[in-house]
Design a protein around this ligand. Sequence first.
Ligand SMILES: Nc1ncnc2c1ncn2[C@@H]1O[C@H](COP(=O)(O)OP(=O)(O)O)[C@@H](O)[C@H]1O
Ligand SMILES: [Mg+2]
Length: 1055
Amino acid sequence: MEGALTARDRVGIQDFVLLEETNEAAFISNLKKRYSKDLIYTYIGTLLVSVNPYKELDIYNKKQMDTYMGVNFFELPPHIYALADNAYHTMLTEFNNHFILISGESGAGKTEASKKILQFYSVSCPSTTLMSTVRDKMLMSNPVLEAFGNAKTLKNNNSSRFGKYMDIQFDSQGDAVGGHILNYLLEKSRVVHQNHGERNFHIFYQLVEGASDSLLQQLGLERDCQHYNYLTQGECATVPSINDKNDWKSVKNALQVIEFDEVNTKHLFEVVASVLHLGNVQFDTDNRDRALLNDNTELQWVSKLLGVDAHSLQEELTFRKIEAKQEQVLSPFTTDHAIYGRDALAKAIYGQTFTWLVHRINDSTENKDASKKTVIGLLDIYGFEVFYVNSFEQFCINYCNEKLQQLFIQLTLKAEQDEYEAEGIEWEPVQFFNNKIICDLVEEKHRGIISLLDEECLRPGDVTDLTFLERLEEKMGNHPHFVTHRLADKTTRRTLERGDFRLLHYAGEVTYCVVGFLDKNNDLLYKNIKDLMCQSKNAIVSECFSNMDRGNKRRPETVNSVISYPPDQFSLISHLDQLQVIMTFMLYLQVATQFKSSLLKLTEMLMAKQAWYIRCLKSNESKQPGQFDEALIRHQVKYLGLMEHLRVRRAGFAYRRKYEDFLKRYKPLCPATWPHWRGFPSDGVEVLVQHLGYLPDEYKMGRTKIFIRHPRTLYATEDAYERCKHELATRLQAKYKGYKAKGEFKKQKEAATKIESCWRGTQARKEREKREWAIKVIKKFINGYLNRGEAKTTDNSEYLAFVRQSYLNRLRGNLPKTVLDKTTWLTPPSVVKETSEILRKLHYRLMVRKYVRGLTPQRKAQLQLKLVTSTIFKGNKDSYPQSVPQPFLETRISDQEINPKILQTIRNERIKYSVPVIKYDRNGFKPRPRQLILTQTAAYLIEESKVKQRLVYASLKGISVSNLTDGIIVLHISSEDPKQKGDLVIQCDHLYEFLTKLCVIANKQSAVRIVQGSIKIEIQAGKESAVDFSTGQEAMVYKAKNGHLMVVATRARVR
Ligand SMILES: Nc1ncnc2c1ncn2[C@@H]1O[C@H](COP(=O)(O)OP(=O)(O)O)[C@@H](O)[C@H]1O
Ligand SMILES: [Mg+2]
């Protein structure tokens, strides 16, 4: 049902118990909906409703079987396999007996269903070689039984004309170890008569169509069904949908599987053939209406095939034997009697052989092991039948269905009640139609129809079918389910013939025609013929007829004597009157009573087993796929009691489930029960349903199960579950993702930590190595340092190398940039002192070299001059340092500035240098500006165009300057030269330039003197004066009071 719940909106509802409305219309509409989609199976609880599809559906393959094996009944869509599997597993777990009752009208699919179940077991149960042969036999018994027991009827081309109950025995391991078949009431009348459009039993046609020529010859048969009276009455010996030839092969094959030896098989076919021949035995009539039988070939064949004397046979078929005292008197039959006797023989032979066949099959599938077995019984019994004319057979069949319905009601109700009781839930009475009243009508001792029928058969005197009817009317007159022509009201009467009686079965009204009831119930067979048959050389026949007496009572002698039948409109009865004497010699087999007692046994047996039901419905009368005849279905639904069953199932509660199962499915709906309920399941369910808001009236808590009254309650829960499932899925997904991510993260983190620790280890090791190395280095360094002063040893060599290197490196970055920079040189450690010195020199030399190389010739000349200046003045005169950076010019007075006259005068001498000076007069020291021109040979003191004085260098005996900053120069001139006027005192702003040039030109370096304090000067020959020097704030030159020239120089700036 859980499967049904999930699938409920797809195609109809899979379990009728879940229908919202339990009326017939809703029921049929659901069936129809499903049928249109080829869903032929629907449940009512555990009952399976099956609608005949009349076409092959691909739902019986191995895959499907596997799907349904061992799966919870309610989890999958309804299927016959589910039911079979459920029964099987229940049997195994509870170790008890079960039966599956398959019912439905003829052609509804009962036999197919039973075959499907058998096939399912043969595939699904465990097997050993031995078991599989048993299984094969059980499977193969089917085609044989169908050939002998099935026939084409108007309703079904393969209609079972007998009831069949088959037990499959299982051992405790679940192996199918044996089988047993009980057969019920074969419709023997078919052997001699078929309605239009119907056939005799398949085997006759199969034999004629399929047997080899030689077999036919052996049996004296022709390959032509038309040739045989017993095969042609229905006028449809050949039907397109039946392939007798093929079926013959299957039957032959099946006979081998179920271990029929050749002799048995031969005898079996001889019996079948003898029936055909018997049908063709014709009687002639003499003028006294006595039957005559010539010794014809048909008779010969019958006697040959049955292994009886032909003459005796002829006698038994045409004469009655009356044993009077020791004598036997022969009295001839009328033709009707003879035909009646012939047909009775044919029916008896066939019927007995059929029973014999069943016994043989049982022998073959019997389980010989005595250990305890459990069984699953399969009851495939004729369904309710309503024909245009219904006879004794229909009466029996419909009575059987009444009985089964009764059983069904009892078992279902009982099961329900038992469950309620077991669960401790109060039983609520269910309204349904109980057909016990009809069963009683038929079977009640002394009062029921069967009893009356028996009585009538046994009653001495005037007994006919009609007197039987009268007796019925007499006894049943006011029974609500019994009507006859005479008893009926006006309107009903119109629908009844005089010889009819009508029963209001639970499934509907059926009108029976009483004709033949007595006869068929008596199942008369002349004793003589029976005795003859006992002598048969055909083993089957002799065995069957010898056994016939067993269990059958002989007719009590008292009633044997006088039976008279008044002639009336019923033809057969009119002949029966003549049987009055013969009766003495007949066997007494009251069929209905026998049938009743066998049914009683069957129901008793079934009552002791657990029941499963399959209700087969016929979808339409024309055996067409896809046609859903609503009226027909409605009718069947009614007479199969499906609504009744549904009502019983739904009486109190639509749904019940074990607490565990219920909780398992719905626990996500309540926070208290999700994900786990730790307490008792029943408490969990209580909490759950409280949470879901079930009203007290909607459910009941049993001992092990919860009972839910309405489907809607369950649907609401299921809907909530559906919704919740999605949420849950999402939640689970999220949780799972989270869980996975967390795991991943953890893994990554672990990995990271691992890597990290590895890395740290490596780092630490490196660090340690480095440190060790450092310690060594430092040690060495310290050692080196301590021993740095010593000669190179192993201790200090590296240190020294380091010192050297680092010094050199430092030195490289700190080299002096100019030659003049004497201070920058880095102080070397002692180890490189020497090197440093060498380098220093090298470096300076290099710088000088660079410097020198970069000098222009002019600059070189200039520097050479400056060098001269330096040698003379450096350290001697205070203003010298300031003069050093002042460049020397070529001249201070250009040629243009010199008077041309002068130029003219000294044109022979090259002018080397000219400078403006101030000349102090010798007398009074008056300052006079003059131009001083140096030529190669002399110096000229010029005033405008006048040469004031020419001083040849030879007469220049000395040059004096002070040591101060002043620019006073005293040129000492040799007094030997008369032309000279004494020493020359001048003041020149470019003192150093001028003196250097003069010294160089005149080669007078050594003549320069640097004087402190005062320079003596010779004014004239013998007349001296002096120039005194001092320092002061302001440079001044003036004539001092002492007549000396006073020169005040500013103090030299200290650099
Ligand atoms: N499940 C089924 N699938 C297909 N066809 C089916 C099925 N059940 C019955 N039939 C058809 O219906 C016919 C009659 O079925 P059968 O079992 O002989 O009916 P019943 O035994 O009830 O008289 C079968 O011969 C078959 O053609
Ligand atoms: Mg059948």
